[in-house]
Design a protein around this ligand. Structure first.
Ligand SMILES: *Cc1c(COP(=O)(O)O)cnc(C)c1O
Length: 397
């Protein structure tokens, strides 16, 4: 892929870096349409672009797998939100993850945090390990010395999520980044749970950030999309080459919807957090609840670290109900405002049972050891009235 295909993001984005994130979420990478003055980004539904003469394109664009103006505006906006220059929009979060894993070759070694998104665990174990001969080790990242002890000459990548899913553990991104720098290993952070409003892993030393845009970034539960972000030109060139060769791209309509949703990202994230913190405190004080996990609660074992590396604690809460599997299932089935569903990060509140839903692909012994048991519940706190959310719980338990 030639340079022309990803243009010159450093030049395109330069004028935007002075802005704060609330402004970037609304204006980042966007200008009124030069031909009409349309304020909103146009939806370019085209597969190809006319050429003036053979091999003389009209402008920068040649073919929409390679690039599309609507997708590019979304990519630029997301890059800016992560304080970086390069982003690639993909068809979903998993394809963003797979795009990054295509940087690896047979026999390379990866160390991954053990409390990882269920789909990522499945990709690492059933595809990367079994079919692509990539060696993967899992580590809790509670003790960095034990991570360092796992590093071999073949270790190319460390993969972390913070806050983790569903236990909401915090990984010390800065310390892991220092280790990666010392050992010349790529650090990838899945930033889906925090969103760039609350955490910027590249500023903490990560080389690559991935997002499932399906979650907070789009936030309206009507799109499946993903993104890869980096501020390293060499890595970006390689990732664009892989994206164009393999074809992990998001369609222009999805990019347009995400771009529209990003305009309210900052205000949505603050509202998610406000509702989540109120609900987490209420749950913690409730006699039907055994224990609450939320990084914004002082009782969270890594509260201080979360405060240091994040700018907010997001809208995800996990908790243990007092009772067994049947009681937990009954409670979940009786809810009316909370929808029983996988996924997260939308304006509506969702609730789920990780052991039988999102994390069913993780072996039971690993789930039990981690504390993902029968009475363990994960919620994505939406933007409804907090009083209605509390009443819904009261009528269900
Ligand atoms: C949902 C999710 C993914 C996968 O994203 P899709 O858009 O569903 O493919 C990856 N990582 C995390 C943390 C997620 O929550």
């Amino acid at each position: 892929m030639t340079e022309a295909h990803f243009g010159n993001p450093e030049k395109r984005l330069k004028e935007f870096f002075k802005f704060h994130k609330d402004t970037l979420a609304i204006h980042g990478g966007q200008h009124p349409d030069p031909s009409t003055g349309a304020l909103m980004p146009p939806l370019y539904l085209t597969s190809t672009y006319a050429q003036k003469a053979p091999a003389t394109p009209w402008g920068e664009f040649e073919y929409s797998r390679t690039h599309n103006p609507t997708r590019r505006m979304m990519e630029d906006c997301i890059a800016l939100l992560e304080n970086a220059n390069f982003a690639m929009g993909t068809s979903c979060g998993m394809s963003a993850i797979d795009l990054v894993l295509n940087l690896l070759s047979t026999d390379d070694h990866v160390i991954c945090v053990d409390d990882v998104y269920g789909g990522t665990y499945r990709l690492f174990t059933t595809v990367m390990q079994k079919q692509r001969a990539i060696n993967v080790d899992f580590n809790s990242f509670d003790d960095l010395a034990s991570v360092e002890a796992m590093i071999t000459a073949k270790t190319k990548m460390i993969w972390i999520e913070s806050p983790s899913n569903p236990l909401l553990k915090i990984v010390d991104i800065k310390s892991v980044a220092e280790l990666c720098k010392r050992k010349n290993i790529l650090l990838v952070v899945d930033n889906t749970f925090a969103s760039p409003i609350f955490q910027n892993p590249i500023d903490l030393g990560a080389h690559i950030v991935v997002h499932s845009l399906t979650k907070y970034m789009n936030g309206h539960s009507d799109v499946v999309a993903g993104a890869v972000v980096t501020d390293d030109r060499k890595l970006a060139t390689e990732l664009y080459r892989l994206q164009n060769s393999i074809g992990q791209v998001c369609g222009p309509f999805d990019a347009w919807l995400v771009l529209r949703s990003l305009k309210t990202l900052a205000i949505r994230m603050r509202a998610h957090q406000e509702n989540a913190l109120t609900l987490a405190k209420w749950l913690e004080a409730h006699d039907k609840v055994e224990k609450v996990l939320y990084p914004g609660l002082e009782s969270h074992p890594q509260y201080a670290l979360a405060k240091e590396q994040m700018h907010g604690s997001s809208g995800m809460i996990s908790f243990y109900l007092k009772g067994d599997l049947q009681k937990t299932k009954d409670f979940l089935s009786k809810l009316k405002v909370f929808s029983l569903a996988e996924s997260l990060g939308g304006v509506e509140s969702l609730i789920e049972h990780p052991a039988i839903m999102t994390h069913a692909s993780v072996p039971k012994n690993l789930r039990d050891a981690a504390g993902i048991g029968d009475n363990f519940i994960r919620i994505s706190v939406g933007l409804e009235s907090i009083e209605d959310l509390k009443s819904d719980f009261e009528q269900a338990w």
